[in-house]
Design a protein around this ligand. Structure first.
Ligand code: PAF
Length: 272
């Protein structure tokens, strides 16, 4: 494993003729990230794992401050993957000015995460475009837990006519069904207990969808979540997000949820 903070140094160690895969992350790596790295290593000759907490995608300063940072542990977890290249830049290595570009992702950028986290997707697209432009990967790997982000990145690549394949990988869950997320580390034991209800509710909602309307299901989900100690529903949708962007095709409905568990905001989704 080789670790770089400067993209110029990193580029010197890459063979442009080989197949390059990238796994962009914000660190606090868990088994979900590691499964992306394994898949990337399987598909490519060289794999770059970027670890960078990108300030421009946080629409809330407190959230950025609280975001877990564990670079030593992260490098420890990656150490077994001998052949990877880690890109761990500082803000100055990435940004001249700490601002994001203004993208138009049609309605896809305005619903759900786009609605509740204004500016978030502009920040994500800005950093992902920078990584793609710097390293020109053939393949890029993202988790399906952030499904709307995955579609935004697919739309970005189409819009910019980049020759990069975006590969969405299945959400990895703990044994209780909770989707792995770096933010899970921020929750207390009691909060984690409540968080484990989210996935159960998604599967109940999937069964209900045969006989009930989305509005009726949303009400039931809201009732259940709000009855828990630490939980508050932000949104619940059943939709095919592909229909919100001219760069994407419809690909089937999924059930999406975002909720607050104490001060931690979690999202999850499953296919219908
Ligand atoms: O999903 C994430 O961790 C981030 O949004 C990403 C894609 C690494 C961009 O900072």
């Amino acid at each position: 494993m080789r670790v770089f903070s400067s993209n110029k140094e990193l580029l010197k160690s890459i063979n442009n003729q080989s197949l390059i895969g990238i796994v962009p992350t914000m660190g606090s790596l868990h088994d979900g990230h590691l499964s992306l790295v394994k898949k990337a290593l399987n598909d490519n000759n060289q794999v770059i794992v970027s670890i960078y907490i990108n300030p421009t995608q946080f629409n809330n300063k407190e959230d950025l401050k609280a975001y877990p940072r564990n670079i030593d542990k992260d490098l420890e977890k990656l150490r077994d993957f001998k052949d990877i290249i880690v890109y761990n830049p500082s803000d100055n290595d990435v940004y001249d000015k700490m601002t994001s570009k203004d993208y138009d992702f049609d309605e896809l950028g305005k619903v759900m995460e786009g609605k509740y986290r204004p500016g978030h997707f502009n920040g994500v697209a800005t950093i992902v475009q920078k990584l793609f432009t710097m390293f020109k990967p053939n393949n890029a790997y993202f988790g399906e837990k952030d499904f709307q982000q995955l579609l935004i990145i697919k739309a970005l690549v189409k819009k910019l006519k980049l020759r990069i394949k975006i590969i969405g990988c299945e959400t990895i869950r703990d044994k209780f069904g909770l989707a792995l997320s770096s933010r899970n580390n921020l929750m207390s034991k009691e909060e984690k207990g409540d968080a484990r209800e989210i996935n159960k509710l998604l599967f109940k909602a999937k069964k209900m969808y045969i006989s009930y309307s989305v509005e009726e299901i949303r009400e039931k989900v809201k009732e259940k979540l709000n009855s828990l100690n630490c939980c508050k529903l932000e949104y619940f949708e059943i939709d095919d997000l592909g229909r919100y962007s001219k760069f994407l095709v419809e690909d089937g409905k999924r059930i999406f949820i975002a909720c607050w568990i104490g001060k931690t905001r979690l999202i999850d989704n499953i296919p219908i």
